[in-house]
Design a protein around this ligand. Structure first.
Ligand code: C2E
Ligand code: SIN
Ligand code: SIN
Ligand code: FE
Ligand code: FE
Length: 374
């Protein structure tokens, strides 16, 4: 009997090891918190062989626990004090319950709402790096014998709870940092736009047009996302241009235009020192969005494919926007003139393939401007 038990335990460790090997690479490479929760829920369910398993995370502001059961399904939310999960959340203690209906901590309302019958329950707290409870791993209804969870199940779920807590914590921190980076980029972009009194949201429109140009050029989604994030900084250097030049109502003379042209180098220099890849990518855009395909642009007179692709794309987006909207120095051009200008500059100012993409999808690219002007 003792050896039989020992053998079962060994089999179980093997099974769990296999599950861990299967899930760890997926979990380690997942960057979105909700997808991570879906994976953790599946892993937990397989490990303790339960009918259901949820990794609940605390939403402090709403005083709720939330989780995600499957892709495309809305998140689930419960009050943070409710039922077994709530008990585990507030006390920080694990629970092993054979029959929920014999336990006064059970909150029957969720069964009534979902027409589900909860019997056995296992819940372990998820603690963050400073020991605070940040959520609950809860498994419901043990499948197979003995029909309820054992201390061994509790031990197993507790082990992956430790690992889950670390993973969720760092993924959330990462998401927070990325969101912060995005916000700062927009604040900086808006600052250059605000100074130059450009109408509407030049910055955001150039970003969207750049994104769509990149997409239609068949570039990978990650590149398209990157250019959308970085393009708002293309004119950051305008922050360094004196008001008298930047906001001059009429045409610039040669001296003034020479000053104006430095915005491209100023922007590049502001951004290129950064250790952040996204900001260095923005430096490339700032430094090359006024280069021309035929080599007569500024600041470096780069030609053709020597101009970084990001700069070639942003050049098209920038000019589409500049011509289609009023500026302090000019009226918006009529649609047909804008189109004609791109046809004229195909292969001189702009890379031919980019102009082709723009013209092929003209409706999509121009419709935003048409609606604005009505
Ligand atoms: P922006 O207003 O964002 O314009 C971006 C680019 O759109 C311009 O780069 C140019 O390539 C194109 N573009 C804008 N308006 C016209 C136009 O009437 N005709 C043609 N063919 N292209 C046009 P560019 O020329 O290097 O100018 C860079 C920035 O310098 C402009 O950014 C704007 O802020 C400023 N700027 C350029 N010309 C004048 C001007 O005559 N007066 C004033 N006040 N600012 C100017
Ligand atoms: C850069 O050096 O940052 C961009 C390429 C250039 O315009 O020289
Ligand atoms: C292109 O030219 O459109 C893509 C290849 C490159 O980066 O030059
Ligand atoms: Fe510019
Ligand atoms: Fe611009």
């Amino acid at each position: 009997m003792a050896t039989e038990e020992h053998k079962n335990e060994m089999d179980d460790s093997q099974r769990i090891l296999h599950l861990l090997f299967e899930y760890m690479p997926k979990i380690a490479s997942e960057r979105k918190v909700d997808s991570l929760l879906v994976l953790m829920n599946d892993l937990g369910r397989s490990i303790v062989r339960s009918d259901r398993c949820s990794l609940w995370l605390l939403d402090k502001e709403k005083r709720e626990l939330w989780t995600k059961v499957a892709h495309g399904v809305d998140e689930l939310r419960i009050p943070m004090e409710a039922g077994f999960a709530g008990h585990c959340m507030t006390t920080g203690e694990s629970l092993l319950v054979e029959d929920a209906y014999n336990d006064e901590r059970f909150d029957r309302r969720s069964d009534e709402k979902t027409h589900y019958h909860t019997k056995s329950v296992l819940a372990v707290p998820l603690k963050n790096s400073v020991g605070k409870v940040m959520g609950v791993y809860q498994a419901i209804n043990k499948q197979g014998e003995p029909g309820y969870f054992t201390p061994k199940d509790l031990e197993n779920l507790s082990l992956i709870a430790v690992y889950s807590a670390k993973t969720v914590e760092s993924t959330m921190l990462n998401a927070e940092l990325e969101a912060t980076q995005r916000d700062i980029i927009h604040i900086l972009g808006d600052a250059s736009e605000y100074r130059s009194q450009e109408t509407g949201d030049h910055i955001q429109r150039v970003a969207e047009v750049s994104y769509n140009l990149a997409k239609f050029m068949g570039l990978p989604e990650s590149y398209c996302q990157k250019i959308r994030l970085a393009a708002p900084l293309h004119d950051l250097g305008k922050i360094g241009i004196p008001d008298a030049v930047l906001n001059k109502p009429g045409r610039l003379n040669t001296t003034e235009f020479a000053v104006m042209k430095t915005h491209s180098v100023i922007g590049r220099e502001m951004l290129r020192a950064s250790k952040r890849k996204l900001l260095r990518f923005a430096a490339e855009i700032a430094g090359t969005h006024h280069e021309r395909w035929d080599g007569t642009g500024y600041p470096d007179g780069l030609k053709g494919e020597d101009i970084p692709l990001s700069g070639r794309i942003c050049a098209v987006a920038d000019v589409l926007d500049a011509l289609s909207c009023p500026r302090c120095y000019k009226e918006a051009w009529p649609e047909e003139d804008v189109r004609a200008e791109f046809i004229k500059q195909r292969g001189t100012q702009f890379q031919p393939e980019l102009v082709d993409v723009l013209l092929d999808h003209w409706e999509l690219f121009y419709s935003g401007y048409r609606n604005r002007r009505i």
